[in-house]
Design a protein around this ligand. Structure first.
Ligand code: C5P
Length: 238
């Protein structure tokens, strides 16, 4: 069993397409990310199905609410058997601590990850909501708060991995989207990094959507990226 670093983002409106894609993949080579769109259309059944097939599922619902509500939502996610769940660090320390406690009380304990600053927000957007530091400063501050509140890690841009690894240490889990293999289409991503560079910089898991889901042969695209990552990891441990 390979401890895959690849999380395939299932950004589908049509559950049939997601089911078709996943039927051609294997839990041996990837984990799956289910986000708000697919989850809102299908409900938890699709998550339970993939969990029962042996897939590690990252339930990317970015909970952000009062502490009690987020804690209850985390308990519900843990009961689904997901591998990873996330909350907004901007929900604050008490909310994150409540999420941590809820997961620690569950018999199945998913990894609990924070979202710092959405990469869709530029510095003017941040100022408009009263976050006057630079995006980088906000990310570093919120990641530190997430760790202090007991979270296992954060979702971050590949450009933030080196700073966060240095600031938060080797145990802190860094999950990065914005990954494109050399020569792949950028789609709507702007500042991307190759799988090889992101892993070399210290990312733990790579969230990859269209380079796999829109490929003619998704399993073959996945295996190519897996091989690229394995080469980096082998060179680090050699
Ligand atoms: O298809 P692509 O590889 O661009 O998909 C990236 C996935 O990561 C999508 O599910 C997207 O919503 C998510 N994501 C992102 N950038 C962030 C946070 C999440 O692309 N900053």
């Amino acid at each position: 069993m390979i401890n895959s670093r690849i999380i395939v983002a299932l950004d589908y409106a049509d559950p049939a397409q997601a089911l078709d894609l996943v039927s051609g993949l294997s839990p041996q080579y990837c984990r799956l990310k289910v986000g708000k769109e697919l989850f809102t259309r299908t409900g938890p059944a699709i998550v339970e199905k993939w969990v029962s097939e042996g897939f590690d599922v990252f339930l990317d619902l970015k909970f952000h609410d009062i502490a009690h509500t987020v804690a209850q939502a985390c308990t519900a996610a843990a009961d689904l058997g997901v591998w990873m769940v996330n909350v907004h660090a901007l929900g604050g320390r008490k909310m994150m601590e409540a999420a941590r406690e809820a997961i620690d009380r569950s018999s199945h304990r998913p990894r609990l990850i924070g979202v710092t600053v959405l990469t869709s927000l530029d510095e003017q957007d941040l100022c408009e909501v009263g976050l006057f530091d630079t995006a980088r400063e906000n990310v570093l501050r919120l990641a530190a708060l997430a760790k202090k509140s007991g979270l296992d890690g954060v979702v971050c841009s590949p450009r933030e991995v080196v700073d966060l690894r240095q600031a938060q240490g080797v145990e802190f889990c860094l999950v990065t989207p914005g990954i494109r293999p050399q020569g792949a289409q950028l789609n709507d991503q702007r500042r991307v990094m190759t799988p090889m560079d992101a892993i070399r910089n210290g990312a733990d898991y790579l969230v990859i959507g269209r380079p796999i889901t829109a490929a003619k042969e998704p399993l073959s695209a996945l295996l190519d990226i897996q091989a690229e990552i394995a080469a980096v990891l082998d060179s680090v441990t050699a």
